[in-house]
Ligand binder design. Structure first.
Ligand SMILES: NC(=O)c1ccc[n+]([C@@H]2O[C@H](COP(=O)([O-])OP(=O)(O)OC[C@H]3O[C@@H](n4cnc5c(N)ncnc54)[C@H](OP(=O)(O)O)[C@@H]3O)[C@@H](O)[C@H]2O)c1
Length: 349
């Protein structure tokens, strides 16, 4: 991310359009060259990355980490299927034969995502607007009505870096959408999990950019010193702590919960960032440092489906390997406090 931003600044600083074009063309050529020599798109940074103890790494794709799997007979609920990593997760789960309950804000959006992917796995649309408790509760009821035991829930939907403080039901919108909405959804469906069912939460390395206090338990309306990245970081820290508490304290037997950082990928997630930043990032980012969408969706699929992660509990993964989160991300007392605060909040909604 830092390298891409630095390159963006360099690009913006070049005096003529011709020079900027030359640099972009040079970077694009480098990507084409690397892609031809590696068989799949890879960034300059990716070229320096190997694999970790899992045998997978930064450059592994969603298809790589599920290669040879037959997921026929398994059912996964995936949120945010209409875009980016969610659509790729839906596609690859179906490719491996799984049934996917494909959730998006509206039924039409879920249906469009399903139409953009192919079987053999069946896909069933589910409407779930995470920022509206009534919609989330209706989605819980619909999943229960469908009746399929869930082998996994992949809580993938999210929003990032809203420039101005916005509220949903009295809670800052990123915190509500990313954390509170998923808390309602996942806790509402715990009874639907199979005995070895797995919950996979999309966190982010951006959890490290949360407010200095970690989680502002006394200020979920963000009345004090709102910042776009502080609020996003806090919401992603809550995703991580939710998985930690769920995996280590709440779930029993072989059921698990874990959190992942997918990497940095050019998706619609950047829609609230300034136009110049997203334009420059899309121009130079993929060549330098960004993951592709198939690489970005790999870690959540590795954690949700691979035999090697079946007994992982309350851990944090990045580049398809266990990694350490921030000190707040390892704070069990904070995880319990966030759980309690959220439980009390949703009881009022
Ligand atoms: N891309 C990255 O670099 C990156 C890095 C770290 C973590 N992540 C995490 O990865 C996850 C997937 O992100 P992405 O990159 O694939 O972004 P994306 O392309 O923007 O996809 C996010 C999805 O979430 C859905 N969504 C947003 N608000 C929602 C709401 N209120 N109710 C229901 N669905 C909602 C969006 O639906 P609409 O299209 O209808 O709005 C979209 O389908 C997110 O949790 C993100 O925080 C991404």
């Amino acid at each position: 991310m830092i390298v891409a931003l630095a390159a963006s600044l360099v690009l913006a600083g070049l005096p003529t359009a011709a020079m900027r074009l030359t640099l972009v063309l040079a970077l694009a050529s480098a990507v084409v060259l690397l892609t031809l020599t590696h068989g799949a798109p890879v960034s300059l940074y990716g070229l320096t990355q190997g694999v970790g103890p899992s045998g997978f790494g930064y450059n592994s794709t969603a298809e790589d980490v599920t290669a040879g799997m037959n997921l026929a007979g398994r059912t996964y609920l995936v949120t945010g299927c209409g875009s980016g990593l969610g659509t790729e997760t839906l596609r690859v789960l179906r490719l491996r034969g799984a049934r996917v309950l494909a959730s998006a804000r509206s039924l039409a959006s879920a249906q469009a995502a399903i139409a953009a992917t192919q079987g053999p796995g069946e896909a069933i649309p589910v409407a779930c607007e995470l920022a509206e408790p009534a919609s989330v509760r209706a989605a819980v009821a619909e999943v229960k009505r469908l009746g399929f035991p869930l082998d996994g829930i992949i809580a993938n939907a999210g929003i990032m870096a809203l420039p101005k403080r916005q509220l949903k039901h009295g809670v800052e919108e990123q915190l509500f959408t990313n954390h509170v909405g998923h808390f309602l959804l996942v806790t509402g469906l715990l009874g639907q999990l199979t005995p070895a069912g797995r919950v996979t939460m999309l966190s982010s390395a951006a959890h490290k950019g949360t407010y200095p206090e970690g989680v502002r338990l006394d200020d979920w309306a963000a009345e004090r010193g709102y910042t776009a990245w502080g609020a996003y970081g806090q919401s992603k820290l809550c995703n991580l702590l939710f998985a930690r508490h769920l995996g280590r304290v709440v779930l029993q037997g072989a059921q698990t919960a874990n959190a992942v950082h997918p990497g940095v990928i050019a998706t619609n997630l950047g829609r609230h960032m300034p136009n110049f930043a997203t334009t420059l990032m899309s121009a130079v980012g993929p060549a330098l440092v960004l993951k592709t969408i198939p690489q970005g969706a790999a870690t959540q699929l590795y954690v949700a489906t691979h035999d090697e992660t079946a007994s992982a509990r309350g851990l944090y993964f990045s580049d398809n390997n266990i990694t350490r989160p921030s000190r707040f991300g390892e704070d069990d007392a904070l995880a319990a406090a966030v759980w309690k605060r959220t439980e009390e909040l949703v009881a009022t909604l």
